[in-house]
Design a protein. Structure first.
Length: 247
């Protein structure tokens, strides 16, 4: 499959349950899997933008920016896979923790303002004040406890534990070396100069990984949504069939 064919394949898959991630959070009600479906909806929405950006950058030959986007995409993937796998065992701790990360982000924002010498009083008329209030209510210990499950290592531990010794384990964990290799691109590390040529040669392979990973996770979302509302069963089955035919 060349790049043009890959773009056409992505276009066909994108038509299945297009925009489902935007409507699912409003349909979960008080269902036990509702938090997990909402968390996955947020992640799938962000990943769709990252997928499209990566394909555009790959198409234009912008290797460095493409690698930075790919690294961010893989981090989203780790979170989404871990949330979904844990939720299949009716454990929604990670999903609930993900939704509380907004409090962590608010706390870290306020901490950054303090380090920069900016007084919170200067933000009193900001429309973000309700978000700032979340950060003020959080202690450093609480912030660290909420962040801990979402470290790279802990997400990997959840995925390995939930998958056990299944055949799916090896394919999902293939993202780990890519994640580590690409970290330099995000943080401006010196290894980027070494890796740049290698990643440029792998643009098509990486694009296939992005598309495969995205629609796999979108299928996870539809599986959860179908448990909450049968309306999503046809979309779930259609996407599953399309992915099976392409494998």
């Amino acid at each position: 499959m060349n790049f043009d064919e890959l773009r056409e394949y992505d276009k066909r898959l994108a038509e299945i349950a297009d925009g489902a991630e935007r409507v699912i959070p409003g349909m979960v009600g008080k269902h036990t899997a509702g938090t997990a479906a909402t968390a996955l909806s947020h992640l799938v929405g962000s990943m769709a933008s990252l997928k499209n950006a990566y394909l555009d950058l790959a198409d234009s030959g912008n290797t460095y920016a493409g690698c930075a986007i790919l690294r961010i995409f893989l981090e989203h993937s780790l979170r989404a896979i871990a949330v979904f796998l844990q939720s299949t065992g009716q454990n929604f701790a990670l999903a609930e923790g993900y939704m509380r990360l907004r409090e962590v982000e608010a706390k870290e924002y306020l901490d950054a303002l303090k380090k920069a010498g900016i007084e919170e009083s200067e933000l009193k008329d900001s429309p973000l004040e309700p978000w700032f209030a979340m950060g003020r209510a959080l202690s450093k210990k609480q912030k660290d406890e909420l962040k801990a499950p979402f470290t790279y290592k802990n997400l990997i531990d959840v995925i390995r534990e939930e998958l056990g010794d299944t055949t799916e384990k090896s394919s999902l964990l293939n993202i780990i070396p890519n994640y580590s290799e690409l970290s330099g691109f995000v943080h401006g590390g010196p290894t980027t100069a070494v890796m740049l040529e290698l990643r440029e040669a792998n643009f098509l392979e990486d694009a296939q990984l992005v598309i495969s990973m995205f629609y796999c996770i979108k299928r996870y979302l539809l599986e959860l949504a179908a448990k909450i509302n049968p309306k999503f069963e046809p979309d779930r089955d259609l996407l599953k069939q399309a992915l099976t035919e392409a494998s």
